[in-house]
Design a protein around this ligand. Structure first.
Ligand code: RP5
Length: 178
């Protein structure tokens, strides 16, 4: 993915969503996939949301990740305005811990899907977006396979360490590294 054309659009309803959404940006950086990042509020900038969503595919984007909290209408409304796949990230809220965001995003009507990840899990949104692109890009697909292998290896490494240290030392090392 050498050219600078963004392929993944990462949008969020507010800058207060950025600490959550940064994990999706980090995934794009790790896989060297160009992304664009924007604050697009369904409620505070509805015209901007319509413009963004309707032009996304004409600007070369292939997937949109949309994070929102509370009355989280951004992913669903953007999905209704674009032919691109949309991945929703429910952002955790102070009063309802993101259950409100999750229900707002996941309960889409038939015909307008939004792929929804776990509350706060923007990393998975980034990975899913990369995998969507990888399905038609062998080089990126190989990187996804390598990432999966590194995940498996990290679990095996933990098992080796657990056997070496025993659970009590393992736990104390875990708490001291926090
Ligand atoms: C939503 O309202 C945003 O996605 C954000 O999660 C939430 C709170 O926004 P702020 O009041 O912090 O700007 O639209």
């Amino acid at each position: 993915m050498s050219d600078k054309q963004p392929l993944i659009g990462i949008i969020m309803g507010s800058d207060s969503d950025l600490p959550t959404m940064q994990a999706a940006i980090a995934v794009c950086e790790d896989f060297a996939v160009e992304c664009e990042v924007a604050i697009v509020s369904a409620h505070r900038t509805p015209e901007r949301m319509v413009e963004y969503a309707q032009t996304a595919h004409t600007r070369g984007l292939r997937v949109i990740i949309a994070g929102a909290g509370g009355a989280a209408h951004l992913p669903g409304m953007v999905a209704s305005l674009t032919p691109l796949p949309v991945i929703g990230v429910p952002v955790a809220t102070r009063h309802l811990q993101g259950i409100d965001s999750l229900y707002s995003i996941v309960q889409m009507p038939r015909g307008i899907p939004v792929a929804t990840v776990a509350i706060g899990n923007a990393q998975n949104a980034g990975l899913l977006a990369v995998q969507i692109l990888a399905s038609s890009n062998p080089e990126l697909l190989e990187k996804v396979q390598q990432y999966r292998q590194s995940l498996s290896q990290s679990v095996l490494d933990k098992q080796t360490k657990l056997e070496e240290l025993g659970y009590q030392k393992y736990l104390s090392q875990m708490s001291s590294s926090k």
